[in-house]
Design a protein around this ligand. Structure first.
Ligand code: SF4
Length: 257
């Protein structure tokens, strides 16, 4: 039996000098020192040596907590920088700019997971990691990071907009639970994302996830500027017809930054 739930917006974390609430997207986490509240002024250092594999991930922040429900698990969250879409209701605009470099090295995340602590708290008991963003599938190091997490005995979660179906297909075998954002009925997708062909990409990603049989939750942020009750009902019906059995409608929240 399917379920379509109206989820309240997650509680906001305190906004400090280098703290951003990413709860509307996934989790609350502390941003590192190279990310400012005016990201256009913080560009990738041009002569930074190239890094390969998981070490090449541009990580904005990580946290030993996660506000996405994962029954039976205690997940941490890693937020990856950069996204090609321009969603009007994006709750994390600070994480969008792909020219902003990472603030946290992957080695630091690994060490924190293994050592039982992060800047934000205790990781003892963490048995899973959710990679979110921004858009995590745009980064080349994602496969290597997921493989390393599996080798560490951690369950792997991924939250994505589905903007890169082929990349998603490549990582699905390494993902234990997937959160896929389906933002609107297809006819409203461009208005939601500001990106042409975004409906095709998102629904192609949904088809891939359904065919793969991965544990899946589809989430829709109910942007009141774009989606009325009839649009949401139409979307819920369409998702059910496609085979989605876990659909959560998330109340929109004001963006920060
Ligand atoms: S896909 Fe996600 S991160 Fe990218 S603009 Fe949209 S809401 Fe923001």
């Amino acid at each position: 039996m399917s379920r379509t739930l109206l989820a309240p917006p997650p509680a906001a974390a305190p906004l400090g000098e280098r703290t951003v609430t990413t709860a509307g997207w996934a989790c609350a986490a502390r941003l590192g020192p190279t990310v400012s509240r005016t990201p256009a002024t913080v560009l990738r250092v041009p002569d930074r040596p190239a890094r390969e594999g998981a070490d090449g991930l541009e990580i904005a922040a990580w946290s030993p907590t996660c506000e996405l429900g994962w029954s039976g698990r205690r997940p941490a969250t890693v937020l990856l920088q950069g996204c090609a879409w321009q969603c009007a209701a994006c709750p994390t605009p600070l994480l969008r700019d792909p020219m902003v470099g990472g603030a946290v090295p992957w080695a630091e995340v690994r060490a924190g997971l293994l050592g039982g602590a992060s800047a934000d708290g205790d990781t003892a008991g963490v048995d899973a990691v959710v990679l979110s963003g921004g858009e995590p599938t745009r980064q080349d190091g994602l496969v290597a990071a997921l493989m390393q997490l599996r080798e560490l005995g951690l369950a792997t979660g991924l939250r994505t907009s589905g903007a890169y179906p082929q990349r998603l297909a490549a990582v699905l075998p390494l993902v234990d639970r997937l959160w896929l954002d389906i933002k609107a009925p297809a006819g409203l997708y461009r208005a939601a994302t500001g990106a042409g062909a975004s409906a095709h990409k998102a629904f192609a990603s949904l088809r891939l996830a359904l065919d793969a049989g991965v544990e899946l939750q589809v989430r829709t942020v109910a942007d009141p500027q774009l989606l009325g009750p009839a649009d949401l009902a139409e979307l819920a019906r369409h998702l059910h017809d496609l085979g989605v059995r876990d659909h959560v409608i998330e109340a929109a929240r004001p963006a920060e930054g």
